[in-house]
Design a protein around this ligand. Structure first.
Ligand code: NAP
Length: 276
């Protein structure tokens, strides 16, 4: 990691969350990282918060980089790749986090057998707790995939998947923090409705989600088994569960993930067609 010079193109929500994860974990010194953006306000914020270098010139910034993170919206990735194509070094590793955008198209646009790893992290990278899936393109080697894994592990959990599963990953964990934020907010509202203060209700709801998630993670038990630990006969939990089942809570979540997955497929469609 000592010789890594990383440039993150796009200092938006996800780009800065990833960079913050790297810096907070101590994996890379801020002086080894440059973030670029079109908006000066975002760059000033990134420099102030993370002490990283900043630039508004993508082509110039990538010149000495050995890792380039592509953290712009998929709709403008073509334009960014065209901008940097002439100035990137051949050995550069490209880490793309753009939803729906296939590795094959990045390789085609950059030429030179570009080494590409595609990743789908989530916004919890900001607190080092992201869930990230990675896959490699045609020319990236095992060592580049391992390097990508190491970088994303600084931000949380990493798993490897086939590229054709990336849209489903986007629907589940890429979008996932939003589902949980809404669940926490709804639980907090529910507590307030039952007479708790907002502050205590939100704290209790948050810790409950955190604690339940840690139980699943640390015990390795199936969630259904853990559910049985809470649902005593004729008790509060089994009655609450009956109420949840009547409202179709599971179907609501399954449908949300399906909708987000389809949206990711849709975002990728124009690029996939171009790739055909
Ligand atoms: N947000 C998430 O939770 C999440 C999770 C996983 C993956 N992703 C992926 O991460 C990528 C970024 O998403 P985001 O939510 O971080 O979006 P975002 O907040 O809009 O960030 C994108 C940034 O790129 C900047 N930008 C636009 N054109 C540029 C250019 N030519 N050169 C350099 N920077 C440029 C934008 O500036 P302007 O605002 O001025 O246009 C913006 O600051 C997307 O591809 C998305 O699919 C996001």
């Amino acid at each position: 990691m000592k010789n890594v010079r990383l440039v993150c193109i796009g200092a938006g929500n996800m780009g800065t969350a990833f960079v913050k994860g790297l810096v907070d974990a101590g994996l890379l010194l801020p002086s080894r990282i440059t973030v670029t953006d079109k908006t000066q306000r975002r760059l000033t914020h990134a420099h102030r918060e993370l002490r990283v270098k900043t630039s508004r010139d993508n082509a110039q910034a990538v010149k000495k980089a050995n890792i380039v993170v592509l953290a712009v919206k998929p709709q403008i990735l073509d334009q960014v790749l065209t901008e940097i194509k002439a100035t990137v070094a051949k050995e550069t590793l490209f880490l793309s986090i753009a939803a729906g955008y296939p590795t094959g198209l990045i390789e085609n646009l950059l030429g030179n057998k570009a080494r590409v790893v595609r990743a789908m992290p989530n916004i919890a990278a900001i607190v080092g707790q992201a869930a990230t899936a990675i896959c490699k393109g045609k020319y990236a080697r095992k060592r580049e995939l391992n390097l990508a894994r190491k970088l994303f592990e600084a931000c949380g959990l990493v798993i490897e998947v086939e590229e054709n599963k990336m849209d489903a990953v986007t629907g589940l964990s890429g979008t996932g923090p939003m589902y949980v934020f809404i669940i926490i907010e709804a639980l907090s509202d529910a507590g307030v409705r039952m007479g708790l203060g907002r502050y205590e209700s939100t704290r209790l709801a948050t810790q409950t989600v955190l604690g339940a998630a840690m139980m699943v993670e640390q015990t390795g038990q199936h969630p259904i088994f853990l559910k049985d630990l809470v649902t005593s006969p004729g008790g509060t939990a089994i009655n609450a569960l009956y109420s949840m089942e009547k409202t179709g809570m599971r179907a609501v979540l399954m449908e949300a993930v399906e909708t987000a997955t389809k949206k990711s497929q849709e975002l990728g469609r124009p690029f996939n067609n171009k790739h055909d």
